[in-house]
Design a protein around this ligand. Structure first.
Ligand code: ATP
Ligand code: MG
Ligand code: MG
Ligand code: MG
Length: 470
């Protein structure tokens, strides 16, 4: 049965409230009191302090829908059906309270009773050594053994250096052979889009010393994560994340601006999905207080905006347009994330400003890059020189990975080492120069430029859920 993304979010959160969980707001995308992470990438990340016992949660059972950014997935965005750099992660958490049996029972109840997903389409993976979880699925829940897979550490053991860690169990939805790679060996764990991982249940039961010793913890935790867009994709029976109701409206806006129709040209469809994704991630990032900069989060933002702008060019869009699409992103999400509506003008201004500054150089830069690449091809050189890549970055504002991506489209590599060496040289020169001048960073200037009200950036000091910073 068709269900909208907003409705699904609410169903999940209220289901877990009915199981004694306290609903908490999504935290900011900017990690609070945690330097190990650039941007929040899972529902669990902002709750780490509770798992580590550094703070007390409002309840031992919590449920959230968390905004997430995963730039490591950037290459797959628009190409797979299931990856975005931005997505929402639904989760239920137990801080030393319930464990495997309840986590599995409730996940199954939500899927088969609340959403009425057909059991024959559901597949489950467990960590190869986790007989306990395997038995719960088979004996207690009654999943057919041929719908169970045991996977290795890479897929089904959650571990991040030392500290709490443990096996996981994933629930997959079979979208049918027509959505898959067609290989006779295609099964759960295949990279293709037939069996889509929808929900990951992490049983954090060990404390690792980081050297291969695992001690069973006294207070075991549950941390689960389900991609809301992936769930909506399954429930709406659409091809990919970008065809989900609220996301589709954003893509349609881009189609109108470009004067094209989705599903007429597969190459343009990739660009449409990339732009849709990147406007979503950047709108939320700016909404949480990230501004364009040359390093850190600000650089991630800049890189995403410039990559989106380039895909806009590939669709023949000549004028800055991302800031207009951002309005649709805000419109589609402001009910769930009221901070977007509050900061609407600021978000659009910052995106527009960044777009305009890249617009001045993108055409010349692209032309120059193509010339460099022609030369590499005709002289049968092995790669684009670091100096050329540096010039593109320094003079035309092409982030290295954008240059690398365009080069890779023509099968050409870039001399990254030399590029980084030149970048370092320039940085140390700039440092020496700055020491003698008044300090004004690029991002401060641009903010002043567009007269952003300073008080609006609560994201740095305050979590949206109202929790205090440690
Ligand atoms: P995959 O193997 O498909 O890349 P994952 O194992 O990396 O997913 P987890 O880290 O287990 O994902 O995150 C929990 C859930 O979040 C996933 O089961 C999926 O539903 C969702 N999810 C993960 N990455 C993305 C993404 N890039 N875009 C959309 N949803 C995602
Ligand atoms: Mg992944
Ligand atoms: Mg996975
Ligand atoms: Mg997973």
């Amino acid at each position: 049965q068709w269900q909208g993304l907003n409705e699904l979010r609410e169903k999940f959160l209220s289901f877990f409230e009915s199981k004694g969980h306290t609903r908490m707001d999504s935290a900011s995308l900017i990690p609070q009191g945690d330097n190990s992470l650039l941007l929040i990438n899972s529902g669990m990340a902002p709750l780490k302090k509770y798992f580590l016992g550094q703070a007390t949660p409002p309840n031992v059972r919590v449920t959230t829908c968390q905004k997430c950014i995963r730039t490591p997935d950037i290459e797959r965005v628009g190409k797979t059906a299931r990856h975005g750099t931005y997505f929402e992660m639904l989760g239920n958490f137990s801080f030393g309270d319930y464990f495997k049996t309840e986590a599995i029972e409730w996940a199954w109840e939500f899927f088969t009773k609340v959403l009425e997903l057909p059991v024959d389409k559901l597949y489950v993976s467990v960590y190869e050594q986790d007989d306990e979880a395997y038995d719960i699925w088979i004996k207690h829940i009654g999943v057919a053994p041929d719908h169970m897979t045991r996977l290795g550490k890479e897929d089904n053991f959650w571990e991040h250096g030392s500290g709490p860690c443990g096996p996981c169990s994933e629930i997959y939805f079979d979208r049918g052979p027509e959505k898959g790679c067609g290989s006779p060996d295609c099964k759960v764990g295949c990279e293709c889009d037939r069996f889509v991982e929808v929900w990951n249940l992490v049983f954090s039961q060990f404390n690792s010393d980081g050297k291969g010793h695992y001690a069973e913890m006294e207070h075991k935790n549950i941390d689960t994560g389900m991609g809301l867009e992936r769930l909506a994709c399954v429930m709406q029976g659409v091809d990919n994340l970008f065809e989900v109701d609220t996301v589709q409206n954003i893509m349609q806006h881009i189609c109108r601006i470009a004067g094209i129709t989705y599903k007429e040209d597969p190459k343009k469809d990739v660009s449409l999905r990339v732009i849709t994704d990147h406007v979503r991630s950047t709108t939320f990032m700016v909404g949480d207080g990230v501004t364009p900069a040359n390093e850190g989060r600000g650089y991630v933002l800049k890189r995403l905006l410039r990559r989106a702008a380039r895909h806009g060019k590939m669709l023949g869009i000549q004028e800055p347009f991302l800031y207009q699409v951002a309005e649709t992103v805000i419109h589609e999400n402001e009910n769930a994330y009221p901070e977007l509506a509050e900061k609407k003008d600021l978000i659009c201004k910052i995106i527009r400003h960044e777009e305009e500054s890249f617009a001045k150089t993108i055409d010349k830069g692209t032309e120059l890059l193509n010339m460099f690449l022609d030369r590499v091809s005709s002289d049968s050189l092995s790669m684009l020189s670091g100096a050329d890549a540096f010039k593109l970055s320094d003079t035309y504002g092409f982030p290295l990975d954008l240059t690398m991506e365009i080069a890779a489209e023509r099968g050409i590599k870039v001399d990254e080492d030399k590029f980084r060496e030149l970048m370092e040289q320039q940085k140390s020169m700039a440092r020496a120069d700055r020491a003698s001048k008044v300090k004004t960073s690029w991002s401060n200037e641009s903010i002043a430029d567009i007269s952003a009200p300073k008080t609006e950036f609560v994201g740095y000091t305050q979590m949206s859920c109202g929790a205090k910073i440690l």
